[in-house]
Design a protein around this ligand. Structure first.
Ligand SMILES: [Zn+2]
Length: 347
């Protein structure tokens, strides 16, 4: 859980819910991606049973990740969409398409491009065409401009990884229904990751190794978070902050990873962490997200914050508390760090 962000998040849900509460929701039936020309990818989202217009669709493209929010669409349907396809040409540009429902009547689609790009996003609507066997569609055209990512250069001696187990001491973080605390899970996973990373030849610095406040109990959040950032030595190569998610509804589930909005290398790290966590298979993937979290925006090296799962979800709480799953999470973090330095692509 991230302090100060839950309140804003809840307000957004209420606003989104009231604006679309009265229209009949549409059911998403398929997603197709194909290349329109050498620099434009088209994403077509088919739907039926409701009316969608420009107020129903919001898009955000940042560092190769396009997030699409579809308001007043049926939750649950899109995760079972059978017609999601990335066609031959678009496979050169698109790595994967993720869909998930995070709130009633709000479907989120994330398109992860293979390279870091910015670009122009145009949204339009096409009515159904029976003779062409086409459903009602939302058309999203992305005109791409590639961003150059500088090569990652480190010699062996300089690979210092900072692990930041969230919360600690007076701050338990989120607490699960059976009492498992976020600060405990974050520390256990980080300690296990330290062992694996050290065995792989990295030097690991931890912001805390026991159940303590890093600055002091009761200080303002910014003081506590800055104390964590300050633990990173000047030659730190990566900063990884480890957290668990929380929500008032115990059904909320899945993992997600974060990067600071303009941080190309942070985005690469967040993508790799997300892929490795997805590979574990235990939890749904809520995607890779840009956010201005303190430890990421103030870190001097590429940084990512990971939400391992929802500690407020009874099933995920049990997973997060288990020694076996913690070990798997630690291995996923280690794999992502290894791939980062091997400059592995997204696959
Ligand atoms: Zn947290």
């Amino acid at each position: 859980m991230l302090r100060k962000f839950l309140t804003c998040f809840s307000l957004l849900i209420i606003l989104a819910a009231t604006s679309t509460a009265f229209a009949k929701p549409a059911e998403i039936t398929g997603i197709n991606a194909f290349d329109l020309d050498k620099e434009t990818v088209r994403i077509e989202i088919s739907y039926r049973g409701g009316k969608l217009d420009s107020s129903s669709v919001s898009t955000n493209l940042n560092l190769g990740i396009l997030n699409v929010e579809l308001h007043n669409t049926l939750p649950g349907r899109v995760s079972r969409v059978s017609g999601t396809q990335i066609k031959a040409g678009a496979r050169n540009f698109i790595d994967k398409i993720l869909t998930n429902e995070t709130q009633p009547k709000l479907t989120k689609v994330q398109i992860q491009f293979k390279s870091f790009l910015e670009g122009d996003v145009q949204v339009s609507f096409e009515p159904s065409n029976r003779s062409a066997h086409k459903a009602d569609r939302i058309i999203i055209d992305v005109k791409m401009t590639e961003i150059k990512d500088e090569p990652i250069e480190f010699d062996g001696a300089d690979r210092v990884i900072v692990l930041d187990p969230g919360h600690g001491g007076s701050d338990a973080g989120a607490i699960g229904p059976s009492g498992v605390t976020e600060k405990y899970v974050a520390l256990e996973v980080s300690l296990k990751a330290r062992e694996l990373l050290t065995a792989s030849g990295y030097q690991v610095v931890m912001t805390r190794t026991t159940d303590v406040d890093v600055a002091a109990p009761g200080v303002p959040d910014s003081t506590e978070l800055q104390a964590r950032v300050d633990k990173a030595p000047p030659n730190a190569a990566l900063f990884i902050s480890v957290h668990c998610n929380a929500f008032s509804n115990g059904k909320a589930n899945g993992m997600e990873t974060y990067y600071a909005p303009t941080a190309v290398k942070g985005a690469r790290l967040a993508r790799l962490l997300n892929e490795e966590l997805e590979r574990l298979g235990g939890l749904s993937n809520r995607g890779v997200k840009a956010a201005r979290f303190y430890v990421m925006t103030h870190s001097q090296c590429p940084a990512s914050l990971i939400e391992l799962g929802f500690i407020t979800n009874p099933r995920e709480e049990q997973l997060l508390a288990s020694d076996d799953y913690q070990q798997k999470l630690a291995q996923a973090i280690t794999n992502a760090v290894n791939r980062y330095f091997n400059q592995g692509g997204f696959d």
